[in-house]
Design a protein around this ligand. Structure first.
Ligand SMILES: Nc1ncnc2c1ncn2[C@@H]1O[C@H](COP(=O)(O)OP(=O)(O)OP(=O)(O)O)[C@@H](O)[C@H]1O
Ligand SMILES: [Mg+2]
Length: 265
């Protein structure tokens, strides 16, 4: 069971869009995915068309020790499951820090989920701030999946991310943490430009990755991808034949190949 934290230190670069739509595209291929919304903004929850409710998030499992199994919900997609968020998650930080559990408690909760035979992988949708929940996600994840938008902020953001990862690694809490892949989002360039970006990323992130770190498939700028969350739908439901869904299906295929996960569809 792999735990993949979807994270970038920049806000609004497509973390939630990536987490929701890659999870949906994997589910469409028969992979059983649990998406955990760790961001108190609850964007992943609402993008799936689900209501946020007190008691519906991981809050009680983290703070009161209740079983996280009780908050797993099914979605319209047969293989996609979710643990929703609620703004109550914003108050987990203080509580866990006071108890000295800020790096350990999420690990304990995730351990309970990892023993379940129901899922092939777990995605954690993180907020962009390096707060307690994000540090906790980095402390438990096998790898980070990082959306990036081309532009002048891209390489500084990667440097910042690698620094944050290095701190987690040096703390000894998760020495195996690495970048599992960068996904170039809102990309309208050509194959040559994409190759150039992949080359720059590889040069910068080499000590923290193995193989080709940038996924060969980039996600294009797409009106349907921007609209789908307002309808509470994933891209494979909202515009199944469009370029956004096509790109996410290609990305899901590459993800499965990279992780050697077999599918039923
Ligand atoms: N490829 C794309 N084409 C068009 N719009 C996109 C694309 N990717 C993301 N968006 C839009 O950009 C906005 C920000 O995306 P998203 O919410 O996924 O970012 P985020 O990194 O999760 O933000 P936050 O840091 O607030 O959690 C959303 O309105 C989303 O619909
Ligand atoms: Mg988000």
């Amino acid at each position: 069971m792999r735990i993949i934290a979807v994270f970038s230190p920049l806000g609004g670069v497509g973390k939630t869009t990536l987490a929701v739509n890659l999870a949906a595209s994997l589910a469409e291929k028969g992979t059983r995915v649990l998406l955990v919304d760790l961001d108190a903004q609850s964007s992943a929850t609402t993008a799936l068309g689900l209501a946020t409710e007190p008691g519906g998030s991981l809050y009680s499992a983290l703070v009161n020790g209740t079983s996280p199994r009780g908050v797993i919900r099914s979605t319209r997609l047969p293989n996609l499951f979710v643990i929703r968020s609620h703004y109550e998650l914003a108050s987990v930080d203080v509580c866990l820090v006071q108890r000295g559990q800020h790096l350990t408690r999420l690990r304990e909760v995730m351990a309970e989920l990892c023993v379940l035979p129901d899922f092939d992988c777990i995605f954690l949708d993180c907020s962009p701030s390096m707060g307690v929940m994000t540090s906790a996600a980095m402390a438990v994840a096998d790898e980070l999946l990082v959306p990036l938008q081309p532009g002048f902020m891209m390489l500084p953001a990667v440097s910042c991310l690698l620094g944050q990862m290095q701190q987690v690694i040096e703390s000894g809490v998760n020495p195996g943490l690495h970048v599992g892949g960068f996904v170039i989002n809102r990309f309208n360039g050509d194959a040559g430009q994409l190759k150039e970006i992949a080359h720059e990323l590889h040069a910068l992130a080499q000590p923290y990755v193995s193989g080709n770190v940038a996924y060969p498939t980039a996600i294009p700028e797409s009106t349907a991808l921007a609209e789908a969350p307002s309808y509470g739908q994933t891209i494979v439901e909202y515009d199944p034949q469009g370029c956004g869904a096509e790109a996410y299906r290609a990305l899901a295929k590459e993800f499965l190949e990279r992780h050697l996960i077999k599918t039923t569809a």
